[in-house]
Design a protein around this ligand. Structure first.
Ligand SMILES: [Zn+2]
Length: 104
């Protein structure tokens, strides 16, 4: 029922997101310049980066859950209503948790 291709897609996505989160985290740890004007710019950048990181983390959680559900052979069923999730939705957004009714 779950194709190897889907598992590969999710695994790739998991890798990609982890790398992105790691890169942003390292960027935060690099230290700051002494120049005040630059600090202001960096501060704004930080906010943008923090937003991207939070988004990536949230997406990573969804990917992890999807992989977990594949392991448990629950993949493709909406955890909220138990109905099968439309195949088209699974194809475009394979790591979304809920069916279209519950997600909206
Ligand atoms: Zn549902």
């Amino acid at each position: 029922m779950v194709s190897q291709q889907l598992i590969d897609t999710l695994t790739d996505k998991q890798q990609e997101l982890s790398t992105r989160i790691e890169a942003i985290t390292q960027d935060f740890q690099k230290g700051r310049s002494a120049d005040f004007a630059e600090q202001t710019t960096e501060c704004e950048n930080d906010q943008v980066l923090e937003g991207i990181r939070a988004e990536a983390k949230e997406e990573l959680k969804q990917v992890n859950r999807a992989l977990q559900r594949i392991k448990n052979e629950e993949f493709g069923l909406c955890p909220r209503c138990g109905e099968p999730i439309a195949e088209a939705r699974l194809k475009t957004l394979p790591y979304k948790d809920f069916c279209i009714n519950c997600a909206s």
